[in-house]
Design a protein around this ligand. Structure first.
Ligand code: DGL
Length: 270
């Protein structure tokens, strides 16, 4: 039998790169006394255009790394990993596992009024149909329409959050989705919350944008309460960031995702 989970242990969060820092940011705001260990596979990002086999292999390595840090909970912040390799993580982890797709599906169902939901994400996430499965498992009659938006990740990494090129790209990608009269759009990729102001303008006021980062933080808080795993110490938490590379502009891009300064960065080789 595995050791009991320690409430003073950190929460482990992982992503294919820096994008998952949007989830870390939401966790820091919702759970200010919890320490967080973040792993971003910056040397091998993007995952969203890779095969299921490759993503599952990488996911195993990231999970094992964080489990060695004795985390009390694992959060799959990457939609692509959650879409095709969530079971790999659940099979390996003695700690509870949460993933962004589950969180995003629940928020979308809470937000929709006309029961017409749009989902955007990386090609791997959209091709996996993971959002459709998660949403239809709860409400089979909801009308879903989805669209892969492969250019958004590089545009965000370039910092072109308000650029004309990004606006035109968003209009092109969203046209068929909005044509289905959705009233809710799931931002099914860690990078997309940074495009929220632009996407809100393109989608118009009648469309609610669902950012799974906030939903994830709520789910994490609920799970910690349910399992009695909240950190009892009321001390400043410890944040550690593990990455596989420090690419150009990593610091500034990471800080824009996180909304605060990024310290304690360690480079590791898997
Ligand atoms: N983290 C990925 C996701 O949420 C986006 C970046 C990638 O393609 O690896 O889908």
């Amino acid at each position: 039998m595995s050791d009991p989970l320690d409430p003073s242990s950190p929460i482990g969060v992982f992503d294919s790169g820096v994008g998952g820092l949007t989830v870390v940011r939401a966790l820091m705001e919702r759970l200010p006394f919890e320490s967080i260990h973040y792993f971003g596979d910056t040397a091998r990002v993007p995952y969203g255009v890779k095969s299921v086999q490759t993503i599952s292999h990488y996911t195993t390595q990231l999970t094992e790394f964080l489990l060695e840090k004795r985390v009390k909970m694992l959060i799959i912040a990457c939609n692509t990993m959650a879409a095709v390799a969530a079971q790999v993580v659940r099979d390996l982890s003695p700690a509870p596992v949460l993933d962004v797709i589950e969180a995003g599906a629940l928020s979308a169902l809470a937000a929709t009024r006309n029961r017409r939901i749009g989902v955007i994400g990386t090609p791997t996430t959209i091709n996996s149909n993971a959002y459709a499965r998660a949403i239809h498992a709860i409400e089979p009659d909801v009308h879903l329409t989805s669209r892969a938006c492969p250019l958004f990740v590089p545009l965000v990494e370039e910092g072109w959050l308000e650029h004309e090129v990004t606006r035109l790209t968003a209009e092109e990608y969203l046209r068929p989705v909005l044509g289905e009269h959705v009233d809710t759009l799931v931002l099914g990729c860690t990078h997309y919350p940074l495009l929220k102001p632009m996407l809100a303008r393109v989608a118009g006021p009648g469309v609610a944008l669902v950012d799974s980062a906030d939903a994830m933080a709520e789910q994490a808080a609920a799970l910690l309460s349910e399992r009695g795993l909240h950190n009892p110490a009321r001390l400043p938490p410890e944040y550690q960031y593990w990455v596989t590379d420090v690419p150009l502009r990593f610091q500034s891009i990471g800080e824009s995702f996180l909304g605060r300064s990024l310290n304690n960065i360690h480079v590791v080789q898997l």
